[in-house]
Design a protein around this ligand. Structure first.
Ligand code: TXA
Ligand code: MG
Length: 356
C-alpha cells in the first residue's frame, strides 16, 4: 500500500490546513487509516463505528485483537452516543481535564462495535488537546478509534519520523506535524466504579484527579509488579516499549549508581558491545558509554517523559546492546508524574532493577 505523507507546518495558512485535514478525514470516513499527532503520542486513527477499520488497525500494528482501542472525540456533546451513561464524576473530570491527556472508561453504548472495544462491554474515550487532532476528528465524523501509532511492542511514537518508520506501507496516510509534547500516553481512569480507578498512570496524576473527585484508586499492578492480578487495562499486560538492547534500571545512592553503571559499561565495551546510558543532567559528565542520553532534570519529569521513547528508539538505531537507566523509584511514593515515567521505564526494562 502506498502511504501518503501529509506535511503540515506550524505556520501553514488555516485554509490549506483545513483542506488537508478534510482530505484526511474523508479517508477515515471511507474506512481508511490515518496517523496523526496528539499532545501525548501519535495515534493511528480509523472510524470507530466501522468494525473493518478496527480490524485494519490491529493488522497494521500487529496488535492482539483483545487489546481495546481508545475512541477520540472533539466535542463533549458527542460522548452520549458511545456510552450508556455519563457518571457525575466523569463529567467533573471531563470539565477539569478535557481536552487533555485523560482517557476515561465507560459502559459502552450498543452502537459501538465490539471490534473497537476488543470484545469488552466498556469503552475508552479521550478528547485530545491538539488542534490538528481535533480538526481531523471532526472532519472524520466525530469518532476516531486510535491506539498509539507504533508497531506492537515498539515505543509509542513521539516524532512523525518514527510513525513513518513503523507505518509507511501499512496505512493510507501519515500526518507529518509536530506536537506530541508530553511524550507518554494518556492517564486512563475507569469511571464505571463509584471510586474512579487509575488503570494507567500519565500526565494527569492521582493527586490532580483526587483534587476534583475526592477519593481515587489505582490498579495494584501499576505499583506492585509482583501482584498476581491481571492489569485491568488489557494493554498493560504486554511487555511494551522494549528496546532491542537489554535495559536495566539502577537504583541507589547517586554516586553508587554512577560507579555501578560505569563498571558495567566498561566491561561490555571491553567485550566489543556497544552500551548506552539514560542519566539526569547533574550526573551526566561522569558517565562513560557509546551513547549517553540527557534525560534532563530529576526534579522536572516533563523533560524526562518527553524524551524517554525517543531515547529507546535511538538506542535501537545506534545498535546498543546494553542500556542502563537511572531510577526514579522515589517518585512512586509521591504518585506524581514521575510515577508514569517510572512505570514506562520499568516496562521497557522488563522490570530488571539493580539496587546498589
Ligand atoms: O495518549 C494516548 O492514550 C494515546 C493517544 C494516541 O491518544 N493512545 C494510546 O492508545 O495510548 P493505546 O491503544 O496504545 O493504549 C490504550 C490502552 C491499552 O492499554 C488498552 O488496553 C486500554 O487503553 N483500554 C482501551 N479500552 C479499554 C477498556 N474498555 N477497558 C480497559 N482498558 C482499556
Ligand atoms: Mg500503545
Amino acid at each position: 500500500m502506498e502511504t501518503k505523507i501529509l506535511t503540515i507546518g506550524a505556520s501553514d495558512p488555516t485554509a490549506s490546513v483545513g483542506e488537508k485535514l478534510a482530505c484526511a478525514g474523508s479517508i477515515i470516513r471511507q474506512g481508511g487509516l490515518v496517523a496523526f499527532p496528539t499532545e501525548t503520542v501519535y495515534g493511528l486513527g480509523g472510524d470507530a463505528f466501522n468494525p473493518e477499520s478496527s480490524r485494519k488497525i490491529y493488522a497494521a500494528k500487529g496488535r492482539p485483537g483483545d487489546n481495546p482501542l481508545i475512541i477520540h472525540i472533539a466535542d463533549m456533546a458527542h460522548l452520549e452516543r458511545i456510552v450508556r451513561a455519563v457518571p457525575a464524576k466523569a463529567r467533573m473530570l471531563a470539565d477539569a481535564f478535557w481536552p487533555g491527556p485523560l482517557t476515561m472508561i465507560f459502559e459502552k453504548a450498543a452502537a459501538v462495535p465490539y471490534q473497537t472495544t476488543g470484545g469488552l462491554d466498556t469503552v475508552a474515550v479521550r478528547m485530545p488537546n491538539h488542534p490538528l487532532a481535533n480538526l481531523l476528528i471532526r472532519e472524520a465524523g466525530g469518532y476516531v478509534a486510535a491506539p498509539s501509532a507504533n508497531l506492537s511492542g515498539k515505543p509509542s511514537p513521539t516524532l512523525a519520523k518514527y510513525v513513518i518508520q513503523d507505518m509507511a506501507g501499512r496505512i493510507d496516510m501519515i500526518i507529518d506535524a509536530d506536537g506530541a509534547q508530553i511524550g507518554l500516553e494518556s492517564t486512563i481512569v475507569d469511571v464505571t466504579c463509584e471510586v474512579p480507578m487509575i488503570l494507567r498512570p500519565g500526565y494527569i496524576t492521582q493527586q490532580m484527579l483526587s483534587g476534583v473527585v475526592g477519593e481515587t484508586d489505582m490498579d495494584v499492578t501499576i505499583y506492585d509488579s509482583s501482584s498476581p492480578q491481571a492489569p485491568r487495562a488489557p494493554g498493560m499486560k504486554y511487555r511494551h516499549y522494549a528496546p532491542k538492547g537489554e535495559l536495566v534500571v539502577v537504583d541507589g545512592d547517586p554516586q553508587e549508581v554512577v560507579r555501578y553503571i560505569n563498571e558495567q559499561t566498561a566491561m561490555h565495551e571491553a567485550q566489543g558491545e556497544r552500551t548506552g546510558i539514560i542519566g539526569t543532567s547533574r550526573m551526566l559528565a561522569q558517565y562513560r558509554a557509546s551513547s549517553v542520553k540527557n534525560a534532563g532534570d530529576r526534579e522536572d519529569f516533563r523533560t524526562v517523559a518527553g524524551q524517554l521513547y525517543t531515547f529507546l528508539r535511538e538506542f535501537d538505531d545506534e545498535d546498543i546492546a546494553y542500556i542502563y537507566a537511572e531510577s526514579f523509584a522515589e517518585t512512586f511514593e509521591d504518585k506524581g508524574f514521575g510515577q508514569a515515567v517510572m512505570n514506562r521505564l520499568l516496562k521497557a526494562a522488563g522490570h530488571r532493577v539493580v539496587h546498589v
